[in-house]
Design a protein around this ligand. Structure first.
Ligand SMILES: [Zn+2]
Length: 271
């Protein structure tokens, strides 16, 4: 599933194509998945922003109420500059070639809403700070994590303590900070290590264009793969040596998610 680095890479790549352009219409045949898109017809895309794993096309025109076209890529969704066999939505643009949304497994969603109207998207409404923004402070994160005392990996995946961390970047950040994914009651130094690891991992992954896994699902809009998968230390590396100590990486299932860690570097500490 695309996480923050993949969504941010998508945003950076499609922004020059969309910014300042008028959407003529969105063509699709699934109004229950792509809700109220008729409201976006004729509207101008002023900016593209991102929150966690959600992409926003901010529609602004003089004398009209601002609207947001929100996109969640789901498991396999992505924008492409060329149509594919899995094109689900065609964004027709004024004075430019269309942009295509493809989605093999059809878990992606779109909705046009008034800014801040996220009742139908509770994860978005309750999302924590952006990890690469100034709003994500070490002191705030350490306090939040040490006060909560929750099992750390599932809590990261909830998007509550920080936005945009999914399965890949949770496993990588926990390895980098030498924390077991099932650890509860983190100490202050542990939480501070995790804070730095999340920021460093996210920044490096955005710079690398995200991660394209062996299934090849995620691609950048121009069809290029991401490159960060070549730098994964634990994710999808079960049985291969830990880059830090050489111990074989273990894959287990935690809260119904495949979870990768080094049993030597990431020992579960019983508080
Ligand atoms: Zn190790």
């Amino acid at each position: 599933m695309p996480e923050l680095p993949e969504v941010e890479t998508t945003r950076l790549k499609i922004e020059p194509h969309l910014k300042g352009r008028r959407l003529l219409r969105l063509e699709h045949d699934a109004p229950h998945k792509y809700r109220d898109t008729h409201l976006a017809a004729g509207r101008t895309i002023a900016t593209l922003t991102r929150r966690g794993k959600y992409l926003f096309l901010n529609l602004e025109d003089p004398g009209e109420e601002p609207l947001e076209l929100i996109v969640h890529l789901g498991m396999t969704g992505g924008f492409r500059f060329q149509p594919t066999t899995h094109t689900r939505v065609t964004l027709h643009l004024d004075g430019s070639d269309p942009l295509y949304f493809q989605d093999a497994r059809r878990f992606g969603k779109m909705a046009v809403v008034r800014p801040g109207q996220y009742r139908s998207m509770p994860t978005l409404a309750a999302m924590g700070p952006e990890p690469l923004s100034d709003a994500f402070s070490e002191a705030g994160f350490v306090r939040t994590v040490t006060d909560a005392g929750k099992m750390i990996k599932p809590w990261l995946l909830s998007q509550g303590p920080v936005a945009g961390v999914g399965n890949i970047y949770a496993d990588e950040s926990l390895w980098a900070s030498r924390l077991h994914p099932a650890q509860t009651h983190l100490t202050r130094p542990e939480a501070a290590r995790l804070y730095s690891a999340i920021r460093d991992t996210m920044r490096a992954a955005v710079d690398a264009g995200g991660s394209t896994l062996s299934d090849g699902t995620y691609q950048q809009p121009d069809g290029m793969s991401g490159l960060f998968q070549t730098r994964h230390n634990v994710y999808d590396r079960a049985g291969q040596p830990c880059p830090r100590c050489g111990t074989p990486i273990v894959r287990t299932v935690l809260a119904q998610r495949g979870t990768h860690f080094c049993p030597h570097c990431q020992v579960l500490r019983h508080p």
